[in-house]
Design a protein around this ligand. Structure first.
Ligand SMILES: Cc1cc2nc3c(=O)[nH]c(=O)nc-3n(C[C@H](O)[C@H](O)[C@H](O)COP(=O)(O)OP(=O)(O)OC[C@H]3O[C@@H](n4cnc5c(N)ncnc54)[C@H](O)[C@@H]3O)c2cc1C
Length: 434
């Protein structure tokens, strides 16, 4: 007798949905809001509980830059007012420069101010994006889900068993709450170690960069303003992210990319010594630090699923792809997966087509794989390009900085970074925006 047959008599209820989403993180919960907003019956589940937010507390360690295209989508889903009512920080400018001063001929040849400033006004927006604490974002999405009549959010539960084989038209899953849930479509939004991806037998290509990101939230004496900056060094970038004002105090998030050994040494330092190290190594643009709020390190790797879909299964967000965080694009890519998958599924569903079929889901895969590959290519060009001492690459790097000063190129980079490229891709595949 199988484990399922053993458990069958214990099953409390069998419940049917149009879509089941595994993982109610920022990406899965956004997709659930979008599908339920269109009237689909959606079950979204997460093994963790919803974050509890206390706005009197200092900002959390995990922060994401959300670009304008993602913001516009969240406005459509009525999530944005919930977020604005909590806390977020707009950034209107982004400055990027290289800090490798040397007396090399190339550096002397390209004698120029190497800093490039991207300005929201170049693309007619009020901000390039917003810094949002991950917990606050997730809590706002869960709040919105609770208000949507066709969405059901279950937290603190996970999948005990996938009951029927993958090729079955109806996917049946048994949760740890002993209920059985049935749907033609299961979406894996369950992060980098996705259980749905393993169950569907989808492989990944995984690369480690041999580096980690050291992240620290610090308190500052004055308001950090609306400029975010990133200085590229031969060891990796250093970034400054202004955070929202909390209880009349000022904060910023600092990100320092370096070797894991270097970061282990940093983590072992006392707060006072760590602040001294940061102040000594970060560029002079870093304001004085009053105190350290929190710190941690995150190993850097790239992981791409060889396929984003199977019949009745789709992967989104980090379950499908994990990218280098240097340009703050991982979550934004996931949110764009959610936009495209919503458009593809809802269009088919409204026409009465089999929205869980491979034919329908492949359109999502084609659009999103193309976009993600392009982004990974750019991120790796930045990662390896800035660390390289090769003369040709050094020349290309200097020339790119010069090129980025020309308005049309600058505008293109700003629009690309702000996520405005998705519309072009969807139009190419004739996918209407819902
Ligand atoms: C240092 C750092 C900085 C970053 N900065 C940015 C940034 O500025 N901008 C940006 O766009 N991106 C950034 N990223 C990337 C971003 O954090 C991720 O891409 C994003 O969090 C992925 O969201 P997700 O919802 O796909 O996955 P996750 O956030 O991993 O969420 C997965 C969810 O699934 C749940 N889950 C997992 N397994 C199961 C299971 N078996 N059953 C049920 N539930 C399950 C988890 O509890 C979780 O809630 C950064 C990443 C790092 C490491």
């Amino acid at each position: 007798m199988s484990t399922y047959e053993n458990q069958a008599s214990d099953i409390k209820k069998v419940l049917h949905y149009d879509v089941i989403i595994v993982g109610a993180g920022m990406v899965g919960a956004t997709l659930a809001c979008a599908l339920a907003e269109q009237g689909m019956q959606v079950l979204i589940l997460d093994s963790a509980l919803s974050p509890q937010i206390d706005l009197t507390q200092k900002p959390g360690l995990r922060v994401s830059a959300i670009h304008i295209a993602s913001v516009n989508f969240l406005k459509k889903l009525q999530v944005w007012p919930l977020l604005s009512a909590k806390r977020l920080r707009p950034f209107t400018h982004m400055e990027i420069w290289e800090t490798n001063p040397s007396n090399h001929t190339i550096d002397r040849l390209f004698k120029t101010d190497q800093s490039v400033v991207l300005d929201c006004q170049h693309i007619g927006e009020q901000a390039l994006g917003y810094f949002i604490e991950n917990d606050i974002f997730q809590a706002a999405l869960h709040e919105r889900l609770e208000a949507l009549p066709t969405a059901q959010l279950l937290t603190g539960v996970s999948i005990d068993q996938f009951i029927n084989p993958l090729d079955h038209a109806e996917k049946r899953i048994l949760l740890t709450n002993k209920n059985e849930y049935v749907s033609p479509l299961i979406i894996g939004a369950d992060g980098m170690l996705s259980q749905v991806r393993s169950w569907s037998g989808i492989q990944t290509n995984h690369t480690t960069y041999g580096q980690s990101a050291f992240v620290a939230t610090v308190e500052l004496p004055t308001d950090p303003g609306f400029l975010t900056w990133q200085a590229f060094t031969a060891q990796g970038p250093m970034a400054f992210l202004p955070l929202p004002v909390c209880a009349n105090r000022y904060y910023a998030s600092l990100v320092w990319y370096h070797t894991q050994i270097h970061h282990q040494a940093l983590m072992a330092l006392s707060d006072v010594e760590l602040i001294r190290q940061i102040s000594q190594h970060f560029p002079q643009q870093l304001p004085p630090i009053l105190s350290l709020v929190s710190k941690n390190t995150f190993p850097l790797s790239k992981q791409i699923a060889t396929s984003y879909v199977k019949p009745g299964v789709a992967l989104i967000g980090d379950a499908a792809h994990t990218v280098h965080p240097l340009a703050g694009q991982g979550l934004n890519l996931g949110l764009q997966d959610a936009i495209t998958l919503t458009d593809v599924i809802v269009t088919a569903w409204k026409k009465g087509e089999i929205y869980a079929s491979l034919d329908v889901l492949k359109t999502y895969q084609q659009i999103r794989q193309a976009d993600t590959r392009h982004m990974i290519w750019l991120l790796e060009a930045c990662h390896y390009g800035f660390m390289s001492h090769n003369i040709v690459i050094k020349c290309l790097r200097k020339a790119s900085f010069l090129g980025a000063k020309y308005q049309p190129i600058k505008r293109y980079i700003t629009e690309y970074g702000a996520g405005k490229r998705l519309k072009i891709l969807q139009n190419m595949y004739k996918i209407p925006s819902i």
